[in-house]
Write a protein that binds this ligand. Structure first.
Ligand SMILES: C[S@@+](CC[C@H](N)C(=O)[O-])C[C@H]1O[C@@H](n2cnc3c(N)ncnc32)[C@H](O)[C@@H]1O
Length: 499
C-alpha cells in the first residue's frame, strides 16, 4: 500500500492540525493522563461526533459532518483536519479494530462504543496522519475526558501507547502473519469486510479482469475521490471552474476535475449549470444519448429516466435532449427524492422535462412502447462507489445483493416493455457485482423475443475524450476506480428490434 492511498492518507500535523511534524519524533508527554488536558480540541471533537452519529444513530458521515463543523465554528484548515480524521477512521475501521484487538485486554465488543470510537480516532492519528504520538495521546485522552468522562483515560492512554509502538506497515505485517486466506489478508490490509472482498474479486473475474487486481481496487476505495464537474451541454460553461484551478477532465468531454477547495463557492455550480458528477456517471448517461436509433419518433424523441432521484443523470440527459428537440420524463417513486430531481433539473428549460412520481415497475403498463431511450439506473448495493461514503462498507450486508435482485429485474422488465421498437434501454448500476449486473440483464432477456444486447464498449468510447476506455467485456461495459478513476459503473445497452 502506498502511503498516499492508505485509508485516510498521511499528513503531518501537530495537535492543532495546523503545522507539519518534521521531526517524526515518537516522544510521549511525561504528564500523567489525569493531569493532561481536559479540553477537547474542536476539530477532533467534530470527528468524534461524526463517528458517534454513524455508530449510534446510523447517520451518514457526509450529512453529519458539515453541521458539526458549523456548530464548532471550525476554520478551513481545522475542517480539513476533522474531515480527514473522521473519514479516514471510518474507512480504516476494519484494520484499526484488528490492531486494537491486539492492544486491548478484552474483546472490543465489551468496550463502551464511545471509547472504541475515541480509540479509532487516536489510532488513525498515529497510523495515517502522523500526528506526533504525544499529541495523538494527549488529545485523544483530553477528548475522552471532555465527552465520555475521566474513567477511561488510563485505558485509552495505555492502549494508544501500545498502538504507537509499531508503524502502520509493521502492524499490517503483524496482522497478516500466518494468515493464509487471500480474502482475509486483503480484508485486513485494505479495511473491507470479507464478503465485500469476495464480491469484488468475483466482480473482477466476471468482467474479464485478473483477480490479482483486487488490492488495487480496494486501495482505490480508500482514496477520497476528486470532485468531477460537468457543464450541462448548451447551458453551462467550465470557464469559472478553470479560472478557479480546475483542470480538464481526462475521460469525458465538457468535464473538469476540481481539487481547489469548496466547489460551492462557484456561481456556475450554485446555479446548477455546472454540476458535480462522477465521470463514470457522465459517461453512461452520454452513452445512452449517443446510441444511433434507426428512426426518430415524430416531433423529437421521448426519453425516460426510470430511477431518477436525486437527478444527476436526469439533468445531463435533459440538457442533451434540449439541444436536440427531444423531451425527458424523470421518474422517481419517493416524493422527497422527486423534489430533488426537480431541483436538479432547474437549470434546464422546463418545456423539455417533466417529473413523474411513481413506481418504475408500472411504467411498462402505463406507457407501452412509449419511449425512444430509457435509462434504468437501478437501486443497487453501491459496491462500486464505496469511496464516496466512508461508512457504507460497514453498513451493507451480503443479503442486500439478493434482496435488490427482484426490484432490479422488475425495473428492467418494465423498461423493456416501455421502449418502442427500434429504441434503446441502458441498464446501469454503480456496482460491478454480477448478481446485480450481468445476471439481471441475462435473466431479463432470457425467453424475450425482439431485443438484442448492443456492444456497449464502443459506445462508451464514442463519448470519451478520444481514448479507448477498454471497458467492454462481452457485450456489456464496466468502469473501475483503479483503472478509470471513476465509480465502478456497469452499462448494458439493449436495443428493441421488434414489437
Ligand atoms: C442509483 S439511484 C439513481 C441515481 C440517479 N439516476 C442519479 O443519477 O442521480 C436509484 C434510484 O432508484 C429509486 N427507486 C427505488 N425504487 C424504485 C422503483 N420501484 N421505481 C423507480 N425508482 C426506484 C431510488 O429512490 C433511487 O433514487
Amino acid at each position: 500500500m502506498t502511503p498516499e492511498n492508505r485509508p485516510g492518507g498521511p499528513t503531518r500535523r501537530n495537535e492543532r492540525g495546523r503545522e507539519r511534524n518534521r521531526s517524526g519524533s515518537r516522544q510521549f508527554s511525561s504528564t500523567a493522563p489525569a493531569e493532561r488536558t481536559r479540553r477537547a480540541d474542536p476539530a477532533r471533537l467534530v470527528a468524534y461526533e461524526v463517528l458517534r452519529a454513524v455508530a449510534a444513530d446510523d447517520a451518514y458521515a457526509n450529512l453529519v459532518l458539515p453541521g458539526s463543523i458549523r456548530k464548532h465554528r471550525l476554520g478551513r484548515q481545522d475542517a480539513g483536519f476533522a474531515t480527514e480524521l473522521a473519514y479516514g477512521a471510518l474507512r480504516a475501521q476494519g484494520t484499526y479494530d484488528a490492531i486494537l484487538a491486539l492492544c486491548v485486554d478484552r474483546p472490543l465488543t465489551q468496550l463502551d462504543p464511545a471509547i472504541l470510537d475515541a480509540l479509532r480516532l487516536g489510532t488513525h492519528q498515529l497510523m495515517a496522519m502522523r500526528v506526533p504520538p504525544h499529541a495523538a495521546l494527549d488529545q485523544t485522552v483530553g477528548l475522552a475526558r471532555a465527552v465520555i468522562g475521566a474513567g477511561p483515560s488510563s485505558l485509552i492512554n495505555a492502549v494508544l501507547r501500545k498502538v504507537s509502538r509499531k508503524s502502520f506497515d509493521e502492524w499490517l505485517d503483524a496482522l497478516v502473519t500466518g494468515v493464509e486466506d487471500p480474502v482475509r489478508i486483503s480484508s485486513l490490509r485494505y479495511s473491507h469486510p470479507e464478503w465485500i472482498v469476495r464480491a469484488l474479486r468475483q466482480s473482477l473475474v466476471n468482467h474479464g479482469r485478473p483477480v490479482e487486481e483486487i488490492d488495487a481496487l480496494l486501495e482505490a476505495d480508500n482514496a477520497a475521490p476528486v470532485v468531477n464537474l460537468v457543464a450541462l451541454p448548451g447551458i453551462g460553461s467550465l470557464d469559472e471552474a478553470m479560472a478557479a484551478g480546475a483542470r480538464s477532465g481526462e475521460l469525458v468531454k465538457d468535464s473538469a476535475l476540481f481539487a481547489a477547495g469548496d466547489v460551492g463557492r462557484l456561481e456556475s455550480v450554485r446555479s446548477g449549470k455546472v454540476r458535480v458528477q462522477d465521470a463514470g456517471s457522465q459517461l453512461v448517461a452520454r452513452a445512452l444519448a449517443a446510441v444511433d436509433l434507426d428512426r426518430r419518433g415524430a416531433g423529437g424523441e421521448q426519453w425516460l429516466d426510470l430511477c431518477a432521484g436525486p437527478g444527476g443523470k436526469s439533468a445531463l440527459l435533459a440538457a442533451i435532449a434540449a439541444q436536440r428537440g427531444d423531451t425527458l420524463v424523470a421518474n422517481e417513486p419517493a416524493e422527497h427524492r422527486a423534489a430533488l430531481v426537480r431541483q436538479a433539473l432547474g437549470a434546464v428549460d422546463p418545456a423539455v422535462w417533466s417529473v413523474r412520481v411513481g413506481d418504475g415497475r408500472e411504467i411498462g403498463a402505463a406507457y407501452p412502447e412509449g419511449f425512444d431511450r430509457i435509462l434504468v439506473d437501478a437501486p443497487c448495493t453501491g459496491l462500486g462507489a464505496l469511496r464516496r461514503r466512508p461508512e457504507s462498507r460497514w453498513r451493507r450486508t451480503a443479503s442486500d445483493l439478493t434482496e435488490l435482485g427482484p426490484l432490479q429485474r422488475g425495473l428492467l422488465a418494465a423498461a423493456l416493455e416501455a421502449v418502442r421498437p427500434g429504441g434503446v434501454v441502458a441498464y446501469v448500476t454503480c456496482s460491478p457485482h454480477p448478481a446485480e449486473t450481468s445476471a439481471v440483464v441475462q435473466d431479463s432477456l432470457r425467453g424475450r423475443e425482439g431485443y438484442t444486447l448492443m456492444e456497449a464498449g464502443p459506445v462508451l468510447d464514442s463519448v470519451s475524450t478520444g481514448r479507448s476506455l477498454q471497458a467492454g467485456h462481452g457485450a456489456t461495459a464496466q468502469l473501475w476506480p483503479h483503472i478509470h478513476g471513476t465509480d465502478a459503473m456497469f452499462l448494458a445497452l439493449i436495443r428493441r428490434t421488434a414489437g
